[in-house]
Design a protein around this ligand. Structure first.
Ligand code: PLP
Length: 401
């Protein structure tokens, strides 16, 4: 699969000494599939996009109107590095309304997507060489970002048979072999969609507190829960870092805007880092994001589209021959076993795109060791896209790819 630079990853550069070793992280394959899919579209071919976790719908109307108003009437300036006070206050209020959590606006930091939240929190909480536990399969950027910052990602392998969740006992066992300084968990998770049951989530946090492991809770898929109720780590720990974003439920990926709720000891370190790393998140996105909290009705209608897409895929994928998928409690992904078709997920995803016109992400992106037979389908697109993808896969006989 061609990447956007035309270079092959891992290729030796004649000028090797000019490129850092820390940049030799694995590619984020979902983004590489997107580049290949876009190239096909540019040739006039149809692509059914199921590769990137990106809502097919645009940002809510009130968000777009606030941005237009700001372009016409505001000076688009820097903001304080931790964000506009009114947005920080609105997010703090959201925690009271949604989770009954008492959060002071001072603890809220606005970031350029949750992606910047990871960089800032890793830098503020850990030193070079520190070990951070992650579930495998898990979101690939965690591993790549940790490595680029000189930290050590420690994979904790999870399986479909156990709902793809990390347990407190597993964390304690890994820690007893060699100490962990951090644990990063997303619930609901990417790629499995699994949400930890409340008791298991609380056990995990308690275990981290007892063992002095910093718990980082990626809550980006809160709001997109189909079964059960999402818990915030804020209600169970004073030391946890909570990371969230406007990208998913709020349909604002390209606005690059997210937030963190910080424990007291990380507040000023993160402010200092943000001041120098990117000064502030974009003013325009901050002003617009504040309105996203009033768009619940519009956003819940979009969530209903995901719910229908999820049902359709859970019915159709086993008929096509995919196996062992966890029925996605939340988020908008199905992580399916394709062992009947392949033991080379990357090759299979290439063929699925080239032959069937369906763009999906190979499991090796999420689990380099055990992801060779798995594929992740995102169902964040329109119902038409999902219907067409199901029809195309049914008629193409994936086993002949
Ligand atoms: C689990 C998880 N966390 C974080 C992100 C990053 O999102 P953003 O930087 O747009 O907030 C993603 C994106 O797919 C994700 O799946």
């Amino acid at each position: 699969m061609k990447n956007s630079t035309g270079q092959t990853d891992g290729q030796t550069d004649t000028n090797k000494k000019m490129v850092s070793l820390r940049s030799a992280v694995a590619p984020f394959l979902a983004m590489d599939v997107l580049v290949a899919a876009n190239a096909r579209e540019a040739e006039g071919k149809t692509v059914l996009h199921m590769e990137v976790g990106e809502p097919g719908h645009q940002a809510p109307l009130a968000v777009r109107e606030a941005a237009k108003e700001a372009i016409d009437n505001a000076r688009i300036s820097y903001t304080p590095s931790l964000g506009l006070p009114s947005l920080r206050a609105r997010i703090a209020r959201h925690y009271g309304e949604t989770y009954g959590a008492d959060v002071s606006p001072d603890r809220v930091a606005i970031t350029t997507g949750s992606s910047a939240g990871f960089i800032l929190s890793f830098l503020a909480a850990f030193d070079v060489g520190d070990r951070v536990g992650l579930s495998a399969p898990g979101y690939p950027a965690y591993r790549n970002t940790l490595k680029a910052l000189g930290l050590v990602p420690v994979d904790i392998s999870v399986k479909a048979a156990n709902r793809y969740v990390v347990t407190a006992d597993e964390v304690a066992a890994v820690h007893s072999e060699e100490k962990l300084q951090g644990l990063l968990i997303a619930s609901p998770a990417n790629p499995s969609g699994t949400m930890l049951k409340p008791d298991a989530f609380i056990d995990l946090i308690k275990c981290c507190e007892e063992l002095d492991i910093r718990f980082i809770s990626d809550e980006i898929y809160h709001g997109l829960v189909f079964d059960g109720q999402a818990e915030t780590a804020l209600n169970h720990s004073k030391n946890a870092v909570v990371i969230n974003s406007f990208s998913k439920y709020y349909c604002m990926t390209g606005w690059r805007i997210g937030w963190m709720v910080l424990p007291q000891d990380l507040n000023r370190p993160i402010e200092r880092l943000a001041q120098s790393l990117y000064i502030s998140a974009p003013y325009l996105s901050q002003v617009a994001a504040e309105k996203a909290f009033d768009a619940t009705q519009e956003l819940d209608q979009i969530k209903q589209v995901y719910a229908r897409n999820r049902e359709k895929l859970l019915r159709a994928l086993p008929e096509i021959g995919f196996e062992d998928m966890h029925p996605a409690d939340g988020a908008f992904y199905i992580y399916a076993d394709a062992r009947r078709f392949t033991n080379d997920a990357l090759d299979f995803s290439k063929k699925l795109l080239e032959t069937v016109g369906v763009a999906a992400t190979p499991g090796v992106d999420f689990d380099p060791i055990n992801g060779q037979t798995t594929i992740r389908f995102s169902f964040a697109g329109s119902e038409e896209t999902i219907d067409a993808a199901i029809a195309a896969m049914k008629s193409s006989k994936c086993c002949q790819l």
